[in-house]
Design a protein. Structure first.
Length: 313
């Protein structure tokens, strides 16, 4: 099935594959550990969440290189034969506080490979040591550095998952505010957008999401926003923005996840404001199901839809 602009996709009443259950089992393990050990330190949580890289298989013919881009630590994913004039600026998920460039390099490598481009995965500054807006500042610094290196704005994509999906979207809003040329496209996997947590699927999907519930979101939001940031701040909460003139946008989410409403609300708002936007909801899938890239058919089929969308731009 090929994604077309302004079309919602989905697979209705389909059982998930055995491979896809790998992600649900990993998330449930994390949840069980957090319930059993409520006093886990941020260092403990970061160590645990670096297991996020386990479900994805290593993409074939992709090499990696450590670097600093605009002063931000990063890992380049370099698929063999990729168009080196095109690059994804990838921001990892993890509630702005956990996850890393390393935990997400395989996921970003798969995306770069199917699009035929390179990717730079940012290890941006994380909360609570560095609350908002440090993360957006790092994403913008890396983007500006790529422009300085000679990349054309139209050949840059921003992409990310969960909190990183928020950053992929919000950093473009910041670029617009700064009067900089905007990237050619934006891709958001299961974006966590609403720091005020008003989405209805936070309640309706509470029993089917193996990881993300209100308590963990409240804790992560507290670390991200710090003492003085309003949860409705437009750069912390992209849903509080006007998207007129925004680049082509691809959003996906799992049908079983609590943050599905954030993806749906973003799609609705962007579409109403004239954005070339596509939403893909894959029923039965957990939060950031492209973490299964290379392993589960649901993730691989989604990558195929994204590639078709990108080629059609």
């Amino acid at each position: 099935m090929v994604a077309l602009p302004n079309v919602m996709l989905g697979r209705i009443n389909m059982e998930i594959s055995r491979e896809a259950d790998t992600l649900r089992a990993l998330y449930q393990n994390w949840t069980d550990q957090m319930v059993e050990n409520p006093d886990l330190t941020i260092a403990n949580l970061r160590s645990m969440f670096d297991e996020w890289g386990q479900p994805a298989l290593e993409p074939e013919n992709v090499s990696y290189k450590s670097d600093h881009v605009g002063g931000v630590e990063a890992i380049w994913a370099l698929p063999a034969g990729a168009d080196t004039s095109r690059v994804i600026v990838y921001t990892h998920g993890g509630g702005f506080a956990v996850g890393s460039a390393d935990s997400h390099r395989k996921m970003a490598g798969h995306l770069a490979k199917v699009l035929g481009v390179t990717s730079v995965i940012l290890h941006y500054r994380r909360a609570p040591e560095h609350p908002f807006p440090a993360q957006i500042e790092d994403a913008v610094a890396a983007y500006k550095a790529l422009l300085d290196k000679g990349f054309k704005a139209r050949n840059i994509l921003t992409a990310g998952d969960s909190a990183g999906g928020n950053l992929a979207i919000a950093s473009v809003l910041k670029l617009r505010e700064l009067g900089l040329p905007l990237p050619g496209a934006v891709i958001a996997y299961s974006p966590w957008l609403d720091m005020a947590m008003r989405g209805e699927t936070l309640e309706t999907n509470a029993e089917t999401d193996a990881l993300v519930g209100k308590p963990i979101l409240e804790a992560m939001a507290g670390m991200f926003l710090g003492e003085g940031t309003d949860p409705l701040n437009p750069l912390a909460n992209p849903l509080e923005n006007d998207f007129t003139g925004y680049p082509p946008l691809y959003i996906n989410a799992g049908g079983a996840e609590t943050l599905k409403s954030d993806a749906e609300r973003l799609h609705e708002k962007a579409k109403a404001q004239g954005v070339n936007v596509t939403l893909s909801i894959v029923e039965g899938m957990q939060h950031v199901f492209p973490a299964l890239s290379g392993r589960a058919p649901e993730a691989n089929e989604e990558l195929g839809r994204i590639a078709a969308w990108y080629r059609a731009l």
